[in-house]
Write a protein that binds this ligand. Structure first.
Ligand code: FEO
Ligand code: CA
Ligand code: CA
Length: 515
């Protein structure tokens, strides 16, 4: 199918046009339903296909308790029920745009403000008269940010300390069977720079180290957060890299298994097999060798080369990338989100792109574990679907399955490349659904298009699948000053990252497997 046929434009205004207004609502009620074919858009709006509506639940800067506010650049979202139609939402705050916070000058005052904008938010929400609302007086409403002391769950100190100051670069995450949230520190070098094993320093983008010279080794971890107490710990067991996601499941023997991606070109896919059924603190970290279809352990004693190059297991955990490379892990095209397919039991990994390899549009990788057991040390793999002209999407990133196995996923074309070069014709970053059953099985439809420069992140269903929570991250990121704005979403003034709720008859119908 040609892209211009796939993306047929029929009208505008607040929705991604598909059918003349009203017709879709009518056709949703009938068996004869016309599949939407919405076009890409470059409008500065959160556009939804007809049959879906959105409401803003949380805006950057909203008060969440007496002293704290909702942070910047919301990303991963997770929901933990506290009652019927009521739960604690965890939202990651990945990075800052100095232009819209204190200002670009690297003063202590500006950096102090920025340090409160990353990390995560815990906020209790409830569906009241059909709409999700933040409960303003909930005892659970708390922030974790770049100033929060967070201990390392590890028997030895990291860079001489047992506690880190703060969490940052919080990109995607995960949830555990015991009710905690995981938040993954991704581009940690953006804040305090980086330090290699030879002691060479790389300066950061945000230059926080000029005021607070904290050890870069304290960042790049998966952090576990208890939603009831807001207590956090850094899981050294899962290794240190630019973690995107921590997808947790159980092996057939009941042990907990966590998969994590490392979002950089030519980095690896990791799997951690816990020694326990209810903790991620001790166990073995593995890296994927796709050529052999094997998970290779990063245990120092398992490899003479690791014995020679690393003084102890702690050093391997801190420099997991180096250890992975030494044992032959397979370089991948930016492994980002990871999800488990409810239809096949396979694991999907979003490989966003690898521009150096001229892979501009990315793909979604399918991993089939030996004996369908996440505890297996062998696997097979294949491409699930590839981005590009034929499929109409580029740069897959965050994903979520609904119970019928429809895959909802977002795209992450870099803000400065939207509608340029290989990305011409793909429009703003969007939310897509890959339909897996019914008359339209195998088709991919665009159901939302983000405001300018934004990325749609953290799709997360309410337990009844009537609501999709979605974060709109970095709208207007390419603006260069308060008067040269590329986006004014959502309020017509400076752009604000927000979490929205998406609902509607089209969502109900897709989730019911009726399209
Ligand atoms: Fe923060 Fe890899 O996206
Ligand atoms: Ca991401
Ligand atoms: Ca991304």
């Amino acid at each position: 199918m040609k892209r211009r046929d796939f993306l047929q434009f029929l009208g505008v205004s607040g929705t991604l046009a598909t059918l003349p207004k009203g017709l879709l609502a009518a056709s949703l009620k009938t068996a004869k339903f016309t599949l939407p074919h919405p076009p890409p858009s470059t409008e500065d709006k959160l556009l939804l296909v007809e049959g879906l509506q959105h409401k803003i639940l949380l805006r950057w800067g909203d008060k969440i308790n007496a002293t704290q506010t909702f942070g910047y650049n919301n990303d991963y979202i997770a929901y933990q029920p506290t009652g019927q139609d009521q739960g604690i939402l965890w939202v990651n705050h990945e990075y800052v745009n100095s232009l819209f916070i204190g200002g670009p000058a690297r003063t202590r005052q500006n950096i102090d403000r920025e340090r409160l904008e990353v990390g995560g938010t815990l906020v209790e929400i409830k569906r009241i008269d059909g709409d999700w609302k933040v409960l303003p007086d909930s005892k659970y409403n708390k922030r974790i940010d770049a100033t929060t002391p967070i201990p390392f769950a590890w028997p030895k100190p990291i860079a001489g300390k047992t506690t880190a100051i703060g969490t940052l670069a919080n990109c995607a995450g995960g949830q555990t069977p015991w009710g905690t949230f995981l938040t993954c520190e991704e581009n940690y070098d953006m804040f305090y720079g980086d330090l290699d094993r030879q002691g060479n320093k790389t300066p950061s983008w945000q230059k926080w180290e000029e005021i607070y010279p904290l050890p870069p080794e304290h960042y790049g971890w998966v952090v576990e957060v208890d939603p009831l107490t807001a207590k956090a710990k850094k899981l050294v067991s899962l290794g240190r890299c630019m973690h995107e996601r921590a997808a947790v499941t159980k092996a057939k023997n009941g042990k907990v298994v966590a998969y994590t991606g490392d979002d950089a070109s030519n980095q690896f896919l990791y799997k951690f097999i816990s020694d326990a059924t209810d903790s991620l603190e001790t166990g073995t970290l593995y890296v994927a060798d796709l050529l052999k279809g094997e998970w290779i352990s990063l245990k120092r004693e398992d490899h003479p080369v690791l014995m020679e190059k690393f003084k102890d297991q702690t050093e391997i955990q801190v420099y997991a990338r180096e250890a992975g490379k030494l044992v032959g892990a397979t370089p991948l095209d930016r492994p980002e989100d990871i999800e488990f397919d409810p239809l096949s039991g396979n694991m999907l990994v979003a490989l966003t792109n690898n521009k150096a390899n001229k892979n501009f549009h990315g793909s979604i990788l399918k991993i089939m574990e030996g004996n369908d057991d996440p505890g297996s040390l062998t696997f097979k793999h294949d491409t699930f679907v590839a981005g590009g002209e034929k499929t109409g999407f580029s740069c897959p990133d965050n994903m979520v399955f609904d119970p019928k196995g429809n895959l909802w996923f977002t795209s992450d074309i870099s803000g400065r490349e939207i509608e340029k070069g290989p990305y011409k014709g793909f429009g703003n970053n969007s939310l897509f659904v890959f339909l897996r059953s019914g008359n339209n099985k195998g088709k991919i439809i665009r159901v939302a298009s983000g405001p300018r420069d934004s990325e749609l992140t953290g799709p997360c269903f309410s337990p009844d699948h009537k609501t999709l929570f979605l974060a709109v991250q970095h709208p207007g990121e390419e603006g260069t000053s308060a008067t040269d704005l590329t986006s004014r979403w959502p309020d017509g003034d400076i752009p604000k990252p927000c979490v929205v709720t998406i609902e509607g008859p089209l969502l109900d119908r897709i989730v019911a497997g009726e399209l």
